[in-house]
Design a protein around this ligand. Sequence first.
Ligand code: SAM
Length: 223
Amino acid sequence: MELENIVPWGRNFAEYRDMFVLSGEDLQKEIIGCGDGPASFNVEVTQMGGRVVSVDPIYAFSAEQIAGRIDEVAEVVMAQVRQNTHRFVWKNIPDPDTLYTIRMEAMYRFMEDYEAGKSAGRYVAGSLPELSFDEGRFDLALCSHLLFLYEKHLDLAFHEAAVLEILRVADEVRIFPLVTLENRPSPHLEPLMKFLTERGYTCEVCKTDYEFQKGGDTMLRIC
Ligand SMILES: C[S@@+](CC[C@H](N)C(=O)[O-])C[C@H]1O[C@@H](n2cnc3c(N)ncnc32)[C@H](O)[C@@H]1O
């Protein structure tokens, strides 16, 4: 994977907590974050005494390379947000300037932790639909802003393979959001739920308090 093709953009612990309706009990669990990128969820939970392993292709790159790429994309992403403010709900985050501050703080926090976290095995380079972990290694898997969102890049077959693989290594999976980049309900949601239900899994669409993309206020919970 080329770093030029990746848009590193990371959220923080409070956003993960609200997107995935994480309880105190959830935070005691062994968690895998699939596609965590430069989010600060891992470092923040680790500092609280929790256990998170993040998997992302971006972790194949050095801290210097990732930091350079974050600087390159930040202005581009922010320009797009400013041109499309009507497509977002300015509730949890009041305005684009605050969004920029929150995102950069989260990504700098990740960057500060990156080398230590990599040495400790908390940041593992890898790409769905394959995971290099033993069966049942994790209690809970979280996947933020990858599946469903990139519906044009990742087809239904990819979603099926990726979620089955995550369910191989984790007892429960939570995915957020369930809308595409254009804020439309993902066309993969219903067929994926049917596919999983036929294989004996329980799927539940849960409302969240978090909504930034308009209509992106639900997550999928699979057990
Ligand atoms: C929009 S970012 C979201 C980052 C983080 N989850 C968050 O919400 O702040 C999407 C992430 O998915 C990662 N990604 C892309 N393809 C992937 C794959 N096949 N398996 C795992 N992660 C992937 C990217 O490298 C990027 O870090």
